[in-house]
Design a binder for this molecule. Sequence first.
Ligand code: ADP
Length: 190
Amino acid sequence: MINLVLFGKPGAGKGTQALFLKKQYNLVHISTGDLFRNNIKRETSLGLLAKSFMDHGDLVPDQVTIDMLEAEVDQNLQANGFIFDGFPRTKSQAGALDTFLSKKQMEVSATIALEADDDILIERLLYRGKSSGRTDDQDEEKIRNRFEEYNKKTALLRDFYTKQNKFHSINGIGTINEITNRLTKLIKTL
Ligand code: ADP
């Protein structure tokens, strides 16, 4: 079983590469951002709650996010493995994920960071916002707030996974194919 955490700032390309990895290794892709957006679309109470945070570019509270993630894993226990995209984003989420997986005799196999500079990321997000209609991608101030959330709460997970010898990073700048090739090469070494 292979369980990958895709790590990186908003716009780093996690979702794009997850689609490839999902097919290539037959994994279940869990994107917390997609799950929240789906709940917002269906106007569930979870969606309503998440929206108030997402609209400002803030993280959704940990316990809400953790419960949603765990429910999603539980619904896919027959899977070959998982790609966690956008989760964990805080130390408390990372701890909860380890505890939850170990109860099921599972563990994170590797965390892979996609690295790119803020300027490139802002450009990508504003471009994505035009076609996706995602309001959090259309406003530079919201984007900068998401980067701040990342710097304050998510960046420290580098240390968390480095201590477990599970942290890897690749250059996230280039064509989608180039980045896919870098990922494939790295995964072969795991
Ligand atoms: P991006 O990484 O490009 O910002 P996502 O779709 O992964 O896009 O996330 C969009 C928003 O969903 C985040 O800004 C945050 O409000 C919320 N979100 C997603 N994942 C998490 C998480 N693990 N913890 C808290 N909030 C989250």
